[in-house]
Write a new protein. Structure first.
Ligand code: ADP
Ligand code: MG
Ligand code: MG
Ligand code: MG
Length: 415
């Protein structure tokens, strides 16, 4: 076993220069390699390595949180979970994640395909770009990864082994459990918000008993309902895009949790993008961008639901709702009834997860660039207030909401 050592631009060609997976891809003349550290994330090192024949991404975990420093240790094994999640996602929805070329567990290094000219979806949305493929690609990705990683599809022994493998991703789950479900709802140390503009509504939310009970119910679901392999960090900063292609990156938070979590987190980020648009209107009005974003949410949910139903009808090979009880006895209506109930429960929980995700991005530690790049604090606070209100509505009233269109209408009214 080799002792962990963080890479840097100088040592990378020396340490990885004889790695065949890498040299096959970019060339052996390490002297001409160009190495740039480009990590803009909160946790890890990310290098672009360019050789004479091509380029790759080298991602390395650090034994601490990059954003905070060595005072916040975080285990290297998150890289192991990221690697295993990428492999499974590539099987379940081919073409939607970068190809993995090499993995070194001790050094916590993943070498993968360099996505270019892709940019981070969040950045594209802040710039006002309308990507034609994302709704369909992301809706399919959600349905395929969530369905195919669950007891609806997997062989039970394989699934239980997999649950055991990912159960060790304790520290990253712990981050979500605290930062998403608890910290926003009290004066936790790492929190911050736009102050003093939001002080009033923040105090209101933290005194809101119904909201706090819902947040804890959702935390319970997140922690205890090991339903499928989740991406675990599926926001618009974990998606890279061109107009022709959508790729999902960064699944180091992967673990077995409730299906609704990835769906809710992703949709929340589109609603936040929607509310942030009025803060980015310096170079022209964003009316059509707002319409586009609301359509994206509708389409992601529709595509997700239709693909989930298709998989239910064609790939239901696991231990749940077996065909022996339904279709094989001529009762396909029974299978459809069960499908409706499963989708209904994903819907209700998804809304809750979306609600708390909107809160934690405004009240917690990790904010998002959609709002943070609005320089004028009054303007930013107006956008954030709308998201906080919608988030509260979704979390508390999720059982009484019937369609995305209904939520979009509320969002427009707040706007
Ligand atoms: P972290 O876990 O630290 O958030 P990410 O995996 O999100 O790291 O990567 C950080 C940044 O590096 C991304 O926002 C993106 O700009 C870039 N990046 C990561 N993976 C790739 C890739 N396969 N191709 C191109 N750029 C990438
Ligand atoms: Mg990231
Ligand atoms: Mg595809
Ligand atoms: Mg990450």
């Amino acid at each position: 076993m080799s002792v962990f050592e963080a890479l840097n631009a100088e040592t990378l060609p020396v340490r990885l220069g004889s790695n065949q997976a890498l040299t096959d891809r970019i060339g052996e003349d390490t002297g001409s390699w160009k190495v740039r550290e480009v990590g803009d994330g909160n946790l890890n090192l990310v290098f672009i390595v360019e050789g004479s024949r091509g380029s790759v991404i080298v991602k390395q975990a650090l034994p601490y949180v990059r954003l905070v420093g060595e005072s916040w240790p975080l285990p290297l094994k998150r890289s192991y979970f990221e690697y295993h999640a990428l492999v499974r996602q590539a099987e379940r929805d081919p073409g939607m994640v970068p190809d993995v070329l090499f993995f070194d567990r001790e050094q916590a290094i993943i070498v993968m395909e360099f996505l270019t000219p892709h940019i981070i979806l969040r950045r594209a949305l802040i710039e006002g770009q309308q990507l034609p493929r994302i709704a369909s690609d992301l809706g399919l990705f959600l349905a395929r990864t969530l369905f195919r990683g669950s007891d609806l599809a997997m062989e039970t022994r394989k699934r239980k082994e997999d649950v055991a493998l990912f159960a060790d991703n304790v520290e990253l789950c712990d981050i979500t459990e605290n930062l998403v479900f608890s910290d926003p709802y009290y004066e936790a140390k790492l929190n911050h918000h736009t102050t003093p503009q939001l002080d009033g509504i923040v105090a209101e939310l933290r005194a809101d008993r119904d909201l706090k009970v819902e947040a804890q119910r959702l935390k319970h679901l997140f922690a205890a309902n090991a339903e499928t392999l989740l991406h675990g960090d599926l926001h618009t900063g974990s998606v890279m895009v061109t107009p022709q292609e959508t790729k999902v990156i960064d699944p180091e938070f992967a673990f077995y949790g409730p299906m609704a979590f990835d769906v809710g987190m992703l949709l929340a980020n589109f609603w936040m993008a929607y509310f942030s648009q009025s803060g980015h209107e310096k170079d022209g009005d964003r009316e059509s961008m707002r319409e586009y974003l609301l359509d994206v949410v509708i389409d992601i949910w529709d595509v997700f639901r239709d693909e989930f139903a298709r998989l239910w009808r064609n790939e239901r090979k696991g231990i749940l709702y077996q065909a022996a009880l339904f279709e094989d006895r001529g009762d396909s209506l029974g299978a459809e009834q069960a499908l409706d109930e499963v989708l209904q429960s994903i819907w209700v929980d998804m809304l809750g997860f979306a609600g708390v995700e909107m809160h934690r991005r405004i009240l917690g530690l990790a904010h998002n660039a959609d709002f943070e790049t609005i320089a004028d604090a009054d303007q930013r606070a107006r956008c954030e207030t709308k998201a906080l209100k919608l988030g509260r509505h979704l979390a508390v009233n999720r059982r009484k909401i019937h369609s995305v269109a209904e939520i979009n209408a509320l969002a427009e009214r707040l706007e």
